[in-house]
Design a protein around this ligand. Structure first.
Ligand SMILES: [Zn+2]
Length: 302
């Protein structure tokens, strides 16, 4: 879907690999995106839709399980809520830590290596961009692989906590591994979490929380400022601006949408690659209604 024009370069042929044929409509939109992005420095913004091909379900995409993530206030409300969180997370993490980057992550890492992608902002907490070899990533909502003590602020490693939880709750993850559908935050829906034993901070005995931004929590302001600066950096002193490439986000939360609004306000073209409607569609110069793996692979090849 072409929303705007103002492009001065010739369209480049898109050559999907065998088995990755794009539908005609998607292929046409990809062609427009290629044309628009050619020669421009890029900043990427990615969301859960990018990781679905790695087996991590999206909250909101088509066919996704209905899941409501725990809010920060609920997490802080007491031991029962934390037991629920950590029991589900203990099971979910066992699956998530085995997830591997997919063609979409690899295509973005390739664009970075080629010097075309100057910066990447991700809303994902799965660490898969780094696993794909991406170097400069701002993980807007943190990383599930990190743990923080809410009392002494000591940071820890999730793998180590997982081992402690497994010792405290022998057989729990194995017993529940098949009954659950996990979510992008590593949560897994369990029928019962009774008897699950929590692990406290090994230093102060305080409350441990995954070092990610929960719903109802704010992204640290310095991290937001860094992302705004990346978008602002797409506007040169003279000449045409770079572009913002959004992949796999429905932009339903303000934490990502604000960078799209900023780009639009600055006259920076926005390309959105996502299956289905996004809250940023009105700001998109080109919208590609397709899967991230196929479309990003096609974009990286041109
Ligand atoms: Zn502590």
């Amino acid at each position: 879907m072409r929303v705007d024009s103002g492009v001065d370069s010739a369209a480049t042929a898109v050559r999907p690999a065998p088995g990755e044929e794009l539908s005609e409509a998607v292929g046409e939109a990809v062609g427009e995106a290629v044309e628009l992005l050619a020669g421009r420095p890029l900043v990427g913004l990615t969301g859960a839709g990018l990781s679905t091909d790695s087996g991590i379900p999206d909250y909101r995409g088509p066919g996704s399980p209905r899941a409501t993530p725990m809010t920060f206030d609920q997490f802080r409300s007491g031991e029962q809520a934390r037991r629920r969180y950590w029991a589900r997370s203990h099971v979910g993490w066992a699956r998530m830590r085995h997830a591997e980057p997919n063609a979409g992550h690899r295509a973005l890492a390739e664009l970075e290596r080629a010097g075309r992608l100057r910066g990447l902002i991700t809303q994902n907490v799965d660490g898969l961009h780094r696993a794909a070899g991406h170097r400069a990533v701002v993980e807007l909502h943190g990383r599930l692989a990190d743990v923080i003590c809410l009392d002494c602020r000591r940071r820890g490693d999730r793998g180590e906590l997982q081992r402690r939880l497994a010792e405290l709750n022998p057989g729990f993850a194995e017993a529940h591994g098949d009954e659950v559908a996990s979510a992008p935050d590593g949560d897994a829906r369990l029928e019962s979490v009774d008897g699950f034993r929590l692990a406290d901070c090994p230093v102060c005995g305080g409350v441990l929380k995954p070092h990610v931004v929960f719903f109802g929590e704010n992204v640290p302001p310095e991290r937001v400022a860094l992302c705004y600066a990346m978008v602002d950096g797409l506007v040169p002193e003279s000449g045409r601006p770079g572009a913002l490439l959004v992949a796999g986000s429905s932009l339903t939360v303000q934490s990502g949408l604000r960078f799209v609004r900023r780009a639009h306000r600055l006259g920076v073209p926005v390309v959105i690659v996502n299956r289905g409607w996004t809250r940023g569609d009105e700001f998109a110069t080109v919208k590609v209604d397709g899967g991230c793996s196929e479309v990003l692979t096609a974009l990286a090849r041109t």
